[in-house]
Design a protein around this ligand. Structure first.
Ligand code: TXA
Ligand code: MG
Length: 325
């Protein structure tokens, strides 16, 4: 049973009045819905244990799963974490943008230990969305922000996804997210980048920036990735991948020319454009997740470039669900 909260979400467009209201809530330890170019975040003061605890509580997130820390600028990031050369190169090229770097916390780093789940590393990102940048600058400190969905569910790409799912007081409406998939997460084993989550910054981008191809994440390896639980992004309806036909009662998530016979069809990209498909993915999974639908059949998406990040989400949306607690 979800805990009842008294707050009712207000959805407001960005601007000085919204920023002032958002900053007042953040200073009072309240989380808010924050637009970013990837997905909407549930943001709170990263240095306030109680505010961070509220994020975990609202999301129903397991406390071993750490949060991403969002910063306004490079100087803030460098005050929190140690940045080796390879990390600097990546930050030079892709910040602000859809890239998160997992780096060693500096001694005296003021970010709540709860936010990093007790790890000696911190995941740091500088978002590009102008409304996120404005809010971070006005707040004047780091914001912890996981995706603003209930834990295990589909990430939100509009303000109304957030308002409909989480009991936040305020969601800043920055429009539909341009990227639509969460940031690429890169950790480091010495100087070698390790890809913890694929995203819009691709393996080729990382190799071009650092001169080293990223190693895939390896369970039990030197870099931990507590968030990579098998089932995630899960609609209520079962998800079936690589569909070559539509079965009775199924809805279809198409890519390219659609298969016939579905109860409902949405098309990630009729022309087969991976960027368009990424931006549509989560909103379309949500829209097809209807009680009259027996399941969601998904047509194959090519495993190249951004397609790898899309398929990583789809595999987890289709993974066997964890038993309810
Ligand atoms: O695009 C994004 O990254 C969005 C927006 C809001 O910025 N945020 C997001 O947060 O996707 P979340 O909490 O849904 O995913 C964060 C991921 C989790 O898989 C978590 O385990 C991982 O980052 N993570 C956080 N800190 C980590 C750390 N110190 N080491 C390894 N993984 C970490
Ligand atoms: Mg998430």
């Amino acid at each position: 049973m979800t805990k009842a909260f008294s707050a009712q979400a207000v959805v407001l467009p960005p601007g000085p009045a919204t920023t002032a209201r958002a900053v007042a809530l953040l200073r009072a330890g309240q989380p808010i819905g924050l637009p970013t170019e990837t997905v909407y975040g549930l943001a709170a003061n990263a240095c306030d244990d109680r505010a961070v605890a509220r994020i975990f509580e609202m999301k129903g997130r397991p406390s071993f799963n750490p949060l991403i820390i969002h910063v306004a600028d490079r100087a803030t990031a460098e005050a929190l974490v140690e940045m080796p050369v390879a990390a600097r190169r990546l930050a030079d090229l892709f910040w602000p943008g859809p890239l998160t770097l997992v780096l060693k916390r500096r001694a005296g780093c003021p970010v709540s230990l709860l936010a990093s789940a007790g790890l000696d590393t911190l995941a740091v990102r500088m978002p590009a969305h102008p409304a996120a940048r404005e809010l971070l600058a006005a707040f004047g400190g780091p914001l912890a922000a996981p995706s603003a969905n209930r834990s295990g569910r589909v990430s939100p790409t509009t303000a109304h996804h957030v308002a409909g799912e989480l009991p936040v007081a305020l969601v800043v409406d920055g429009g539909p997210c341009a990227v639509g998939l969460e940031s690429t997460i890169v950790g480091f084993d010495g100087a070698t980048p390790v890809l913890l989550r694929p995203g819009a910054v691709t393996e080729d981008d990382i190799e071009a920036a650092t001169g080293v191809g990223p190693r895939p994440f390896d369970e039990g390896g030197p870099v931990s990735a507590p968030g990579q639980l098998a089932s995630h992004y899960a609609p209520a309806a079962p998800v079936r991948l690589d569909a070559a036909e539509v079965r009775p009662g199924e809805a279809l998530l198409a890519f390219g020319p659609p298969l016939p016979g579905a109860r409902a069809t949405l098309n990630l990209s009729p022309s087969g454009d991976l960027g368009e498909a990424a931006a549509n993915l989560f909103a379309m999974l949500r829209a097809l997740d209807r009680p009259d639908v027996a399941g969601i059949a998904v047509m194959p998406v090519p495993e190249t470039g951004l397609g790898r990040a899309i398929n990583a989400r789809l595999r987890r949306a289709a993974a066997p669900r964890e038993a309810p607690p």
